[in-house]
Structures are given as structure tokens and as C-alpha cells.
Design a protein around this ligand. Structure first.
Ligand SMILES: [Zn+2]
Ligand SMILES: [Zn+2]
Ligand SMILES: [Zn+2]
Length: 259
């Protein structure tokens, strides 16, 4: 058994290129230097889960030719991970669409997008998403769309975000610290995806050297860095500086992971 992971977006909150920036990364002709906001798709057979719905969610679904979706896992409520939420309405024509997150994430979601749970009598044609919002508990596995999903608490500045583990794959974007108890949830991984914003430090994201340190501790067979800033430089240059077993993700990258 294996899950397939497709990187929808691997850029930090501004995306790359950044509006109005003419730095070498933003001007690069290497397609791997164009990064939409961070999101990913996890699939096995005909079952599909998206992690986050950023501002380019619709474009990402079209680009990957995804015909259907079973659920969305939210890592946290920042705009670059949630602001495409309205485009879930295509999946709500005859029943509410299930989304999941921590209590804090779902509370924020309902403050920012209260209309997604409006009790409208007809689903079809009212122009609104109709979501079935579900709170997950840290570290407690739950079955979603036939996948065994483990929410992994991670620290992202002043908030606790969730990473998610599905089988031998774990996805930990947007974090600057992994709590001790979360490392126990990350044992025996085939692939881990970690935040790796840039080389210099940042108060809410791992720098690349901090991500390497965490990757070494986790000890997955393969590590991919995501949520990349234009400040990190060119994809080709960054990769040369990474130790073996650690790679830089890019938009459209597809991986197969043992479950
Ligand atoms: Zn982010
Ligand atoms: Zn730039
Ligand atoms: Zn964030």
C-alpha cells in the first residue's frame, strides 16, 4: 500500500514571484522557482484529501486535474492556507463537505467565514460553501476518507498548528518548533515534509538549518522542504547546499510513500 502526494504549492505567504520584486529568484526562468501558496494533495486509488485551501486552491486543483475531493485538512487559519475556502462550494451541491482542523483553527475559520455553516435549505445554487466542520484532537488518530490521519501539534509562532501523518508520510508546514511529544508521533516515517522558509532565522518558521536539524532527529528516509521564500535563493542553488536525503519540494512534484 502506498499513498501518492502531489505538491500543489510550495511558496511562503507572498508566493514566488513576489508582486513587484525583480530579485533573481522572482525573475528566474526555472519553473521550480515559481511557487504558489503552500498546499498539498494526498491520494490513494480514488480517495483524495487536500491539506489547506490557499488563495490559489482552484488553480491548483485545475492544474493537477483533480476530478473530486473527499475532505480538507487545515493546518491552521492563516490567509495563505485558508483563503481559497469558497472554492470548496463545487463539492457541496448535495451534501456538506467535510473539513478538519484543531479547535483553534476551526474557531478561527468560523469567525472569518461564518457563512460556510449557514443553515440554508437548498445546497445547490445558493453560491455558498456548505461545510461539515470537524475538530480533531492532537495526537488522536481518526479515519478520514479511508485514511488513518494523525494530527501532529507543531508550534508556529504564537499558535499551535497541526501537521498531519498518514501512514509513512507526514506533512509539517508552518512551524518553528516541534514539541517533544510530537516527535513520538513521527517515528518510522518514509517521507516527512518540513517548513524551510529561508537560510536566515524567522520568528514563526524553521530556517533551513533548523529544518535540517529537525529532519535528522525525525530520521525519515526522505525529507522535503516547503513554504519557501524568495529570500532563500534559486531552487538549484539551495539544493546544492542540502545534505543527502533532504530535498527542496517544488510545485507539481509527485511522490509515492509507503504507508
Ligand atoms: Zn503559511
Ligand atoms: Zn523576489
Ligand atoms: Zn502560517
Amino acid at each position: 500500500m502506498s499513498v501518492v502526494v502531489e505538491f500543489f504549492g510550495t511558496g511562503t505567504s507572498h508566493g514566488i514571484p513576489v508582486i513587484g520584486c525583480d530579485c533573481p529568484t522572482c525573475a528566474s526562468s526555472d519553473s521550480r522557482d515559481t511557487r504558489l501558496r503552500t498546499s498539498t494533495l494526498i491520494r490513494e486509488d480514488e480517495r483524495r484529501i487536500a491539506v489547506d485551501t490557499g488563495p490559489e486552491f482552484r488553480l491548483q486543483m485545475l492544474r493537477a486535474a483533480v476530478p473530486a475531493l473527499d475532505a480538507v485538512l487545515y493546518t491552521h487559519s492563516h490567509a495563505d492556507h485558508m483563503n481559497g475556502i469558497d472554492d470548496l462550494r463545487i463539492f457541496c451541491y448535495d451534501k456538506p463537505f467535510p473539513v478538519y482542523g484543531s479547535k483553534g483553527t476551526i474557531d478561527d475559520l468560523l469567525v472569518r467565514f461564518p457563512y460556510v455553516v449557514s443553515a440554508h435549505s437548498k445546497y445547490h445554487g445558493d453560491g455558498l460553501p456548505h461545510l461539515d466542520v470537524n475538530v480533531l484532537n492532537p495526537g488522536i488518530p481518526v479515519e478520514i476518507a479511508g485514511f488513518q490521519v494523525v494530527p501532529v501539534p507543531i508550534v508556529h509562532g504564537g499558535l499551535v498548528a497541526f501537521g498531519y501523518r498518514i501512514g509513512g508520510f507526514a506533512y509539517l508546514t508552518d512551524c518553528n518548533f516541534i514539541p517533544e511529544e510530537s516527535y513520538f508521533l513521527l517515528e518510522g516515517l518514509d517521507v516527512v515534509v518540513l517548513d524551510g522558509l529561508r537560510f536566515t532565522s524567522h520568528p514563526t518558521h524553521f530556517s533551513i538549518s533548523q529544518a535540517i536539524e529537525a529532519a535528522n532527529r525525525i530520521g525519515a528516509s526522505r525529507t522535503y522542504l516547503t513554504h519557501i521564500s524568495h529570500d532563500a535563493g534559486l531552487h538549484a542553488d539551495i539544493e546544492k547546499k542540502l545534505p543527502s536525503g533532504i530535498c527542496l519540494a517544488y510545485d507539481g512534484l509527485i511522490l509515492e510513500c509507503s504507508s
